[in-house]
Design a protein around this ligand. Structure first.
Ligand SMILES: NC(=O)c1ccc[n+]([C@@H]2O[C@H](COP(=O)([O-])OP(=O)(O)OC[C@H]3O[C@@H](n4cnc5c(N)ncnc54)[C@H](OP(=O)(O)O)[C@@H]3O)[C@@H](O)[C@H]2O)c1
Length: 282
């Protein structure tokens, strides 16, 4: 019997249209490896909220990348455990779970998925650098003013999504990562004001950083129509997670044998794409 390999059976990439997943898809594709994108717009479609869609995406799959859409929400543990069990039933032999640092629900999910007995790698991450360029802070950066409940004293070693994808692909396709917890950060602690200043320098723009209290931030978000669960999520992140993981970790080096990318490198690379340059009114 021939052994299943990444070339003979597809790798399922859930969240394959998201910040980390699409990078994982691109890397596997560039190596000519068969990939299945797990997304509500995928073929077949996959929806965490519709259990009947889980089985079809798992048919014939060897390994799966699992970023639950929002690992801090209370359903994350139950859903990821149930998905992992179904994946094992379908013959999937390798699982790579994306989680965040210092998040109660995420760490519970790690234990539950490790507990399934599958060949599991945890990719546990600091805040993603790409929140400034591919997520909720892009518009404020472009507008030249970032209002956040964050201070100079609250540090985090933001991690580059390109490093996350490199580690995930290694764990999905190479031996030696099963049973490992790869904790990923950049090589340097930064505060949000410092990160915004780096982006201003790299993009040659004036970008103000305005610190506010968590309460004022939540009130303003709600007044701007941000849904209550998103306000709760942001409040939790900025009060209970930011500043509570102020240490760098060696997961990138251990997993890949090279140092992690630095924020300055991310800022220069991203500025060069023009994404932070506001369009000039005609
Ligand atoms: N942002 C950070 O700083 C940070 C730090 C540490 C950990 N994390 C964790 O990273 C994970 C998010 O990963 P990411 O940033 O790569 O993703 P993302 O950019 O937030 O994109 C979300 C992905 O999930 C998919 N998705 C959303 N709702 C879905 C549903 N109901 N069913 C199926 N798919 C759904 C989306 O696909 P479609 O819309 O195409 O269906 C999309 O591909 C979360 O677990 C978060 O807790 C984030």
């Amino acid at each position: 019997m021939t052994e299943d390999t990444p070339t003979t059976k597809p790798t399922l990439v859930l969240g394959g249209t998201g910040k980390t997943g699409r990078r994982v898809v691109a890397r596997l594709g560039a190596r000519g490896l068969p990939v299945r994108v797990g997304s509500r717009s995928g073929q077949p479609p996959f929806d965490w909220d519709d259990r009947s869609s889980w089985g079809p995406v798992l048919q014939g799959v060897r390994a799966a990348y699992i970023p639950y859409p929002d690992m801090v929400t209370s359903g994350a543990t139950k859903a990821t455990r149930a998905f992992a069990e179904l994946a094992i039933e379908h013959g999937v032999t390798r699982l790579v779970l994306l989680t965040g640092r210092g998040e109660d629900e995420a760490q519970r999910a790690e234990h539950e998925v490790q507990d399934t007995g599958a060949d599991v790698t945890i990719v546990r991450c600091a805040w993603f650098m790409q929140i400034f360029s591919e997520d909720y802070l892009l518009d404020p950066i472009r507008a030249g003013e970032v209002v956040l409940p964050a201070t100079d004293g609250q540090l985090d070693p933001f991690v580059d999504a390109d490093d996350i994808a490199d580690v995930a692909v290694a764990a999905l396709t190479e031996p030696g990562h099963g049973g490992q917890v790869h904790e990923l950060t950049s090589p340097r602690l930064l505060s949000f004001p410092e990160a915004v200043a780096e982006i201003a320098t790299a993009s040659g723009r004036d970008i103000a950083f305005v610190p506010v209290t968590v309460e004022d931030y939540a009130t303003a978000a709600a007044e701007h129509g941000v849904p209550a669960e998103v306000v709760d999520f942001l409040t939790y992140l900025f009060s209970d997670v930011l500043g509570h993981n102020a240490y760098v970790a060696d997961g990138v080096e251990r997993a890949l044998g090279r140092p992690p990318r630095d924020f300055t490198d991310y800022a220069r690379r991203t500025a060069a794409t023009g994404v932070w340059t506001p369009e000039v009114d005609q």
